[in-house]
Ligand binder design. Structure first.
Ligand code: WQD
Length: 369
């Protein structure tokens, strides 16, 4: 019998790609998602794409009773559920502490009670903040200087896993995502661009929407073309990194302790290079204006991906053009993302108890638990 996995946040941007890949790999998958930023439609589409079903629990990871049901018979957890908007975290830090830290504390407790001791954790390059030498690729031993509550909660989450590994001999892997970009090659699942703060969805929206223009935040950085440098990684590669980490956890009968890996390509790209890639993918120049730097931005944030390659044999393979082309296929085919979470004709999700998304008519089968 294949391993059974719980994916928290499985209806989100990264989560849906990951659930897709886990189902394709033959795993049994359970999802917990409160659909606050994730979409039931993403899971409907993943089920259609794979021809397989995940078991879906709609709810908050702070709900211990829901987690105890979702964790039944689970071999490992992939924990992606979190609020992750840097700017929003500066405005509402307490919401980020409650959800990202309080929710994670409940998850760890529920995992312990259920006897689950393996976890892959979605961390972020935001834990690093500004480094002394901004041009130098960042390795996992770099000092952690989160510059916003979001990055702080990610660093604290890693610390919680450090203690679980030490006190309870858990096996945990934290993956520090750099800049995820792109969509599933089918164009059916991807990053909802409504409200997106990140560069690629905004640049593509500026192409799609008549009245939209992209602001280029800062053209006076000490970088080759004056714009910010980042390490963009295709969401398909990012998901593959989770499967590599999961395989290591499942293959190791004894505790591996807590390991931390950067997930990036090690290849920096500037804003102008990304905009040029958008023009190549769409044939349209991105309507944009130069603007002042965005508060909190660093000039350069690029991963040193050596440790992940050396210890788990993982390397990103997809380049910037593949990322932007897949993002464009998704954006063009789904100009409003998955559409509103509200009214939709519910389609079969796996049987179970519990409430449906709001205003969805009850169905005879396929309830979200
Ligand atoms: C990239 C570059 C901007 C928008 C964030 C989070 C990080 C991670 C990835 C979760 C920068 C420039 C952007 C725009 C622009 N998220 N830009 N105009 O800030 O590197 O990282 O997302 O884990 O934690 O901090 O990504 O895409 O916002 O910015 O000029 O409208 O694009 O200045 O140089 P960022 P980003």
């Amino acid at each position: 019998m294949s391993a059974k996995l719980l994916v928290t946040g499985g209806a989100g941007y990264i989560g849906a790609q990951l659930v897709h890949d886990l189902l394709v790999a033959g795993y049994q998958v359970v999802v917990v998602d409160d659909f606050s930023t994730g979409h039931p439609e993403a899971l409907y589409r993943v089920h259609a794409l794979t021809g397989r079903q995940s078991e879906v629990f709609r709810g908050d990871i702070s709900d211990g009773r829901l987690l105890s049901r979702a964790l039944a018979g689970v071999d490992a957890v992939l924990h992606l559920a979190a609020y992750k908007m840097v700017g929003e975290s500066m405005v509402e830090p307490e919401r980020y502490f409650r959800n990202n830290l309080g929710g994670m504390a409940q998850l760890l407790e529920s995992m312990h009670v259920a006897g689950v001791s393996r976890i892959v954790y979605s961390s972020s390059a935001a834990v690093y903040g500004s480094q002394a030498d901004p041009q130098r690729p960042i390795d996992e031993d770099a000092p952690l200087r989160p510059e916003n509550p979001y990055g702080f909660t990610k660093a604290q989450g890693e610390q919680m896993l450090e203690w679980m590994a030490w006190c309870r001999q858990w096996s945990a892997i934290s993956l520090r995502y750099f800049n995820p970009v792109g969509a599933h090659p089918s164009g059916r699942i991807g990053q909802p661009q409504d409200g997106a703060a990140s560069l690629v969805p905004r640049a593509l929206q500026a192409i799609l929407k008549e009245d939209a223009r992209l602001q280029v935040f800062g053209t006076d950085y000490a970088t080759p073309d004056g714009t910010g440098l980042r390490d963009y990684i295709h969401v398909v590669d990012l998901s593959r990194a989770h499967l590599a980490a999961l395989g290591a956890l499942l293959d190791t009968p004894v505790s591996r302790g807590h390991q931390i890996f950067n997930v990036g390509t090690g290849r920096p790209h500037s804003v102008r290079e990304v905009l040029a890639a958008c023009q190549r993918a769409t044939g349209i120049r991105v309507p944009c204006d130069e603007a002042p730097r965005r508060p909190g931005d660093v000039a350069c944030a690029v991963a040193d991906p050596t440790r992940l390659r050396r210890e788990l044999g993982f390397e990103a393979t997809l380049g910037l053009d593949a990322m932007v082309t897949s993002a464009w296929e998704w954006c063009r085919g789904n100009p409003t993302g998955y559409g509103p979470i509200e009214p939709r004709a519910p389609r079969p999700l796996p049987l179970g108890r519990g409430s449906l998304p709001p205003s969805a008519a009850p169905t005879t089968q396929g309830r979200i638990k």
